[in-house]
Design a protein around this ligand. Structure first.
Ligand code: AMP
Ligand code: MG
Length: 329
């Protein structure tokens, strides 16, 4: 099957095309299953110099780039509309008006081309594509994106959230800090750069069981910025503190669930220092650490296509659901 997946939950408008008959692994065993092959994964990301995401601007951005992204993806995949079996789209969670904007675009394409729509959960798509890429059976997931910070395991075909942020996602926290420091949006990559030249100062460390909280750390950072703290030191310390918090809670979840494999997904997973700390934690407990390549880590359409393939029997045109949680999938 050829699946065209469309992402439009937040900053990214993406079209990915996946062939479900990409590869078969492992051959001839009871675990044999089909893995998808990404034929194209084209996306455009909204960014801004000084502020975060303004929904009206994000929608305008997505409407402007949609046709171009689609054409590029079809060209890159060397696939015509005729060969596409169905369209998968991200139905949520996300920014409500941005979700509707994406939904109207796919609805139009589906009716023009006579294709079926399969709505999927954006978070589940991050997990599935990471699992597919790494050929994993049933890892412990650490999902750290803009809005989401969750530790997830799968039990009997259902996702279970072992721990999560009690307030804002780590990515959003970094982006909010970036606004205070004048780094623009998204700020994560710039914070990573600045952190390379910083030294450690103590910040609040907020872990509750397997949950974390980031808003108090952000408040403390804002106070330190007002006092004129060195940017590099602040970026270094924010990374060390927040990444250590997550390494601690995910280790607890792995021990609790007897997991020997950790899979990191979501945009913050692009951070090298974060990966290094998780790798170290895994090594120390004889577990293996997996991540996804940069182009599959953040939001994009290929993951939506793959999740759509997996959910093709159970889902359909479900409009959008801005609050759709991973454990409701
Ligand atoms: P996602 O929502 O999964 O696309 O992830 C986007 C989030 O990842 C934004 O909040 C970014 O600031 C953050 N991000 C992207 N690259 C990095 C990085 N290198 N270090 C830390 N955070 C990052
Ligand atoms: Mg995401």
């Amino acid at each position: 099957m050829i699946i065209l997946g469309v992402e439009s939950t937040a900053h990214t408008f993406g079209v990915g095309i996946v062939d479900s008959n990409g590869e078969r692994v492992p051959q001839g065993s009871s675990k044999a299953r089909t893995e998808g092959k990404v034929l194209a994964n084209v996306f455009e990301r909204y960014s801004s110099k000084d502020i975060g995401m303004v929904p009206d601007e994000v929608m305008e951005h997505h409407e402007r780039v949609a046709e171009d992204v689609l054409v590029k993806a079809l060209e890159e995949a060397k696939v015509s509309w005729k060969e596409v079996d169905f369209i998968a789209y991200s139905a949520g969670p996300g920014i409500d008006p941005v979700l509707w904007c994406g939904y109207h675009i796919v609805k139009k394409w589906a009716s023009e081309q006579g294709k079926r729509l399969i709505g999927v959960n954006h978070c589940a798509a991050h997990l599935s594509v990471g699992k597919m890429w790494n050929k994993l059976e049933n890892p412990c997931y650490l999902y750290v994106s803009g809005v989401n910070t969750q530790i997830i395991v799968s039990e009997g075909g259902k996702y279970r959230i072992m721990g999560e942020t009690l307030d804002i996602g780590l990515g959003n926290m970094l982006d909010k800090l970036g606004r205070v420091l004048g780094l623009g949006f998204p700020a994560g990559p710039k914070i990573e750069e600045l952190a390379k030249k910083g030294k450690y100062i103590e910040l609040p460390y907020v872990v509750k069981g397997m949950d974390t909280s980031f808003s108090g750390i952000l408040t403390k950072c804002k106070q330190l910025v007002e006092k004129g703290i060195n940017k590099e030191d602040l970026c270094f310390s924010v990374q060390e503190t927040c990444f250590a918090m997550l390494a601690e809670v995910v280790e607890r979840a792995m021990a609790h669930n007897d997991k020997q494999e950790l899979l990191l997904v979501g945009g913050v997973g692009a951070n090298k220092r974060f990966c290094e700390m998780l790798e170290m934690m895994c090594q120390e407990r004889g577990a293996k650490f997996y991540k996804v390549p940069m182009d599959l880590a953040g939001d994009q359409g290929a993951m939506i296509a793959w999740e759509g393939y997996l959910r093709r029997e159970e889902s359909g045109d479900i409009e959008v659901n801005a609050q759709w949680r991973t454990d409701e999938v």
